[in-house]
Design a protein around this ligand. Structure first.
Ligand SMILES: O=C(O)CCC(=O)C(=O)O
Ligand SMILES: [Fe+2]
Length: 320
């Protein structure tokens, strides 16, 4: 799956340092950069984000340890209907997305976790014999949540709203981490590590990967490689923010695969607002006299639909 073009448009690199340090004018200046990114390409790399590199390393090590377990140990924490737990290799097929209509099951296995609480399902779905895994996963989750919360004022200002606009909708977020393993694979036609899709999230934070393999599709329809930049996070817009902004912020399609001889791991953090948040077009994103592009929908309803589309174990439960 070579990229369509080597002469790809550059993916913007946003330096969060001045904003996170509270420098005067940095909120507005960084928000303007975000607005441009999200109206044109939908993917950016953030640097000087404040997350310690050692914590990211620990999370990748925990991911590798989880997947190195025997299959029985992983199946003992099989995912529930709320998508908390383990989904085996080829246990998911990307169906919610119309980008590539004939996808085969995804060549990856993954452990999903959410914070306990509303709609998160069983709180004890943790591997029994993996000391330290839970602690690292929770610490990493908390660091991602803190970073996402700090990005919210930037997104609000980028959308011409007051800086505090999104905060109250995101104080009990339905976010989740995914610890994915893509084994080396010979990909057949329409087969991917993860098939072309847009994320369901508000935004997704993806720790930079040592093994490349992420590609995104530009608005011109070309697939390009996501560059690997040390100590950074890839940030992209998902369906929730796309709908909230009435389509103004684009939820760029992407896909991933592993063409290396060894394993490839990825740990996306899907940041979601509170489940009861009604997603309807922001006033600053509507054209007077025109109907909004999307039906208003709560985050919880959208997520339930999304899980049912893509995850075989959820579909089976619903059909039963
Ligand atoms: O593996 C990657 O680099 C990206 C994974 C991804 O897009 C996802 O899990 O939604
Ligand atoms: Fe994704």
């Amino acid at each position: 799956m070579a990229a369509d073009t080597a002469a790809a448009p550059a993916i913007p690199i946003i330096d969060l340092g001045p904003y996170l340090a509270g420098e005067p004018g940095a909120l507005e200046a960084t928000a303007a950069q975000l607005r441009h990114v999200n109206e044109t390409i939908g993917f950016m790399t953030i640097v000087n984000h404040g997350v310690p590199a050692a914590l990211v390393e620990e999370a990748f090590a925990a991911c590798a340890r989880f997947h190195a377990q025997p299959l029985e140990a992983k199946l003992a924490v099989k995912a529930n209907a709320q998508l908390q737990g383990y989904v085996p290799l080829r246990g998911s097929t990307t169906r919610h997305s119309k980008i590539n209509p004939d996808n085969k099951p995804n060549e990856n296995e993954a452990f999903f976790m959410k914070r306990d609480g509303e709609d998160a399902g069983a709180p004890d779905r943790w591997p029994a014999d993996l000391p330290g895994f839970r602690e690292v996963a929770l610490r990493y989750y908390d660091a991602m949540d803190a970073l996402a919360q700090r990005l919210l004022p930037l997104y609000a200002v980028a959308l011409d709203m007051p800086p505090g606009h999104f905060g109250p909708f995101c104080d009990r977020p339905l976010s989740g981490l995914r610890f994915t393993h893509y084994p080396p694979a010979e990909y057949g036609a329409n087969q991917f590590g993860i098939a072309p899709h847009s994320d369901s999230s508000f935004i997704t934070l993806l720790a930079q990967n040592k093994v490349p393999g992420l590609q995104l599709r530009t608005t011109a329809g070309e697939w390009i490689d996501m560059p690997v930049i040390p100590d950074s996070f890839v940030v992209n817009t998902g369906e929730v923010l796309h709908r909230w902004s009435n389509g103004r912020f684009i939820n760029t399609p992407h896909r991933a695969y592993n063409v290396s001889a060894g394993p490839r791991y990825a740990i996306p953090y899907f940041f979601h607002p509170n489940p009861d948040t009604l997603i309807e077009a922001l006033p600053t994103c509507r054209v007077p006299g025109e109907a909004p592009r999307f039906e208003p929908m709560t985050v919880g309803d959208y997520m339930a639909w999304f899980r049912n589309q893509n995850y075989d174990h959820v579909r089976k439960q619903d059909a039963a």
